[in-house]
Design a protein around this ligand. Structure first.
Ligand code: FES
Length: 189
């Protein structure tokens, strides 16, 4: 897959979470997410992006555009968090020893707030955007919920940790982020 097609694929999936009324209205079932969208020039410079996490429903994925990359913000259920504890044997890097995350996200949930996952939605194999498939059995009988990359079949759990035996070599990347109360800021620590 060449770089252009990868970038094109990424763009298809990027939904700025969103001050864009059209997006908020068009997806009626999805609650309106308040987010600060910097100017195009500021974005190109890597300006941080903010999101009010109280607007995210359990199980929901919001996709933000940060440095031209899709960043998934997902609110995980308690059941999903419990699942993370059962997968170590099946994962390539269950303890996040590879430098795919900031130190504050080197834990079993790979997050600051355990229920909120903030992860760059780009497969570590060749850069496709993985699909969010949170329900058990969505892909096959062994599926416990996570991210599935349709390009070559890589699988990641709900913390973005890669399973053994798939093409992707390492876990999904956790971007730098921090919280100010309920406001998540991506791009600053
Ligand atoms: S790009 Fe995801 S499996 Fe190849």
């Amino acid at each position: 897959m060449n770089k252009n097609s990868i970038n094109s694929k990424r763009r298809q999936y990027i939904i700025g979470a969103s001050l864009l009324g059209g997006v908020g209205l068009g997806l009626g079932a999805i609650p309106f997410i308040t987010s600060w969208l910097p100017s195009a020039r500021a974005k190109a410079m890597g300006a941080p992006v903010d999101l009010d996490i109280t607007k995210i429903e359990e199980g929901q994925k919001v996709t933000l555009d940060w440095r031209s990359q899709p960043v998934f913000v997902i609110k995980r259920s308690n059941a999903a968090l419990e699942t993370l504890k059962t997968l170590s044997e099946k994962l390539r890097d269950p303890n996040s020893n590879e430098p795919q995350q900031p130190m504050y996200a080197k834990n079993i949930t790979r997050s600051i707030k355990q229920e909120i996952l903030v992860v760059i939605g780009i497969c570590t194999h060749l850069g496709c955007v993985p699909l969010y498939k949170p329900k058990a059995g969505e892909i096959d009988q062994s599926w416990v919920g996570g991210f599935f990359c349709p390009c070559h079949g890589s699988r990641f759990d709900l913390a973005g940790r890669v399973f053994k035996g798939v093409p992707a070599p390492c876990n999904l990347v956790i971007p730098p982020h921090k919280y100010n109360g309920n406001i998540l800021r991506i791009g600053e620590e």
